[in-house]
Design a protein around this ligand. Structure first.
Ligand SMILES: *Cc1c(COP(=O)(O)O)cnc(C)c1O
Ligand SMILES: [Zn+2]
Length: 401
């Protein structure tokens, strides 16, 4: 299938960027269905026994690039809960209505599964025998699982000191070949160019974006197609904001929703090159990433141009939060009985800051996206719980986490 450049719309092969700096992207083929009819079809698919429709990605098959059914590698991904805040998160952020779309509740514990089912299926359909990625852990864990299911070999390039024990163990559990790279995620990504005859399944792969956009459809479906005022999510390589933004724009174009929510991307302050570019309206200048939230420790995000386009289209914004603020927010999410890995908690930390600055109204109806499972990073949970104990011992109520 032919893709187009996300920026200048020139036709592109699906596996290489454009000379203008844009990335290949698929354009939606308009399904001939009324919005009302399509919503009903989706409802029926939820109770269907067709194995494809047990997936919260393939349920939206008309909105995906065509892939032969026999090549689909799926693990019922995308059926994740939308948890309403029980109060602590709303109080912490000082917002009226808050819900968490928990994409950590996927087969391998992160949102990467939504994209990976499509990317690995497409690689298999095109006759590829191997897939590869650079990863701080979650992309590689997802790739390894789907490659194993699809009978493909997989190669994970990971930063030696930038990955949690749990993620490294999980990648090996599914049988991927792990190459530990000296340096950062960005260094590992650069090394991908040395690989031959493999499909790269990082989010520069347009099939990943097609799968991940389905999180937007699932979120809207779970809300009875009622549009929130804001969607807040973490940004590292900025593939997910591009994907969820694409999904929301398509839902709007198809008449499934009548207006767009605003989107806020949150970066860790030690890895916030996009926030800098957004605030100063300049091109992105890569930085050396430094944050405990390893999943967003990325200094040279590949999808910054399309993230910028998405934020402009929905009147969105981008801000950064410190690691200390991320830890506090993680503690609050834990006390909601939900839990997540640190990068995910940056969304709640960011929401609090957006309300404080008056950018998000305290009366707003907000969905924050939790991107990864609490068990992905045990050291972070211990750190946050210890912090909580120290506060308790001091009798501090000021920031009860
Ligand atoms: C991949 C990942 C992110 C960052 O997503 P991008 O698409 O790189 O912006 C955030 N949180 C978690 C848990 C992730 O796995
Ligand atoms: Zn281009």
């Amino acid at each position: 299938m032919v893709a187009i450049c996300s920026e200048c719309e020139a036709p592109l092969a699906a596996d290489r960027p454009c000379a203008c700096g844009g990335l290949p992207e698929f354009r939606l083929r308009s399904p001939r269905m009324s919005p009302h009819g399509y919503k009903n079809t989706l409802k029926h698919r939820r109770v269907s026994s067709d194995p494809r429709f047990r997936s919260g990605v393939w349920r939206y098959i008309e909105l995906l690039p065509p892939i032969q059914d026999s090549e689909i590698v799926s693990m019922a991904e995308g059926n994740v809960p939308l948890y309403e805040s029980a109060g602590r998160g709303e109080d912490f952020a000082e917002v009226r209505k808050l819900a968490y779309l928990h994409l950590g509740m996927n087969p391998t514990g992160s949102f990467k599964d939504l994209g990976m089912t499509v990317a690995v299926s497409a690689a298999k359909a095109s006759g590829m025998r191997s897939v590869a990625c650079a990863s701080t852990g979650n992309t590689a864990a997802s790739m390894a699982a789907y490659a194993a299911r699809g009978g493909l070999r997989s190669y994970a390039l990971v930063p030696r000191n930038g990955i949690s024990r749990e993620k490294l163990a999980q990648i090996r559990d599914y049988g991927a070949e792990v190459v530990e790279v000296q340096g950062s995620f960005d260094d590992a990504f650069a090394r991908l160019a040395e690989l031959d005859a493999v499909a790269i399944v990082n989010s520069v792969n347009p099939y990943r974006i097609e799968g991940q956009k389905c999180a937007a459809f699932a979120m809207l479906e779970a809300r009875g197609w009622c549009v929130p005022d804001w969607v807040v999510l973490p940004g590292g390589n900025l593939g997910n904001v591009s994907a969820i933004g694409k999904g929301l724009l398509e839902a709007h174009a198809l008449g499934l929703i009548g207006r767009l929510p605003r989107i806020a991307v949150i970066q860790a302050s030690g890895a916030a090159p996009f926030v800098h570019a957004w605030e100063h309206q300049v091109d992105l200048v890569p930085c050396v990433a430094q944050t405990m939230a390893s999943a967003i420790a990325i200094g040279n995000p590949k999808s910054w141009r399309r993230a910028r386009r998405i934020l402009k289209a929905c009147n969105g914004t981008a801000i950064s939060v410190s690691d200390a603020e991320i830890d506090r927010a993680k503690g609050v999410i834990g006390l909601e009985g939900i839990g997540c890995e640190p990068a995910s908690a940056s969304s709640l930390a960011g929401l609090r800051e957006l309300v404080r600055r008056g950018i998000v109204d305290g009366k707003a109806d907000v969905v924050t996206i939790l991107t990864g499972h609490v068990l992905k990073d045990g050291a972070a949970s211990v750190r946050v719980a210890d912090l909580r104990d120290v506060q308790k011992a001091r009798g501090s109520h000021a920031c009860a986490i």
